[in-house]
Ligand binder design. Structure first.
Ligand code: ADP
Ligand code: MG
Length: 182
């Protein structure tokens, strides 16, 4: 934001100044992407220490504080019995969905529901925001939604997104406790 402010102030300066601020913008964007990538690859330590349910509760609490949105969480009282890799995948899918809601949806209400029935985890995250077109959802230059599909598929799970403009968005995941390749 500071750099954008500076760029604006420099519009009447020689073009070499503007060239410099454009390059600085690019460097900052690159650095942000690198940090995001490293953070995504790291396993969140809260998962190790507290387990999936508590980690999700913590994540939702953070989301509410940062976004100011109303968010209802429904989560089983009993422990969700899935292994560490699957727990990380679920945690990351929720994280990406919530980040998308705060960045793109302009929603005011979010519902997050998790169940664990018949050795299968089901998750749904619904927002009442502005929704998206199929083109936005399948944009090949974006990697957030694509990554969510890949994480689900890796464990023989299924991820679907139900959304259209003006109608909000629902992300659904089903993830079996075990897969054939285990
Ligand atoms: N909950 C949402 N509400 C409205 N639009 C969304 C939502 N989630 C994703 N989108 C749209 O789908 C696009 C692709 O999302 P994603 O792959 O996560 O990329 P990114 O978040 O980096 O833009 C977003 O750019 C946005 O236009
Ligand atoms: Mg995203």
């Amino acid at each position: 934001m500071d750099l954008s402010w500076l760029t604006e102030k420099l519009t009447k300066q020689p073009s070499s100044y503007q060239y410099k601020t454009t390059a600085m913008h690019q460097h900052i964007d690159d650095a942000i992407h690198t940090v995001q990538k490293i953070a995504t690859d790291l396993r969140p330590s809260i998962l190790d220490h507290l387990g999936l349910s508590a980690a999700i509760e913590w994540q939702v609490e953070n989301f509410i504080q940062q976004s100011g949105l109303e968010c209802h969480l429904s989560i089983p009282d009993l422990a969700i019995e899935i292994d560490e890799q699957r727990a990380t995948a679920v945690f990351r899918i929720i994280q990406e969905s919530l980040t998308n809601i705060s960045r793109h949806a302009h929603a005011d209400l979010v519902n997050l529901d998790i169940r664990f029935i018949d050795n299968t985890l089901t998750l749904s995250i619904t927002d009442n925001g502005n929704g998206m077109t199929p083109l936005q959802m399948n944009n090949p230059e974006k990697f957030g939604i694509q990554g969510m599909h890949e994480r689900a598929m890796h464990f023989d799970g299924e991820l679907s997104i139900d959304s259209c403009p003006g109608k909000g968005c629902t992300v659904r995941l089903t993830l079996p406790q075990n897969s054939i390749n285990d």
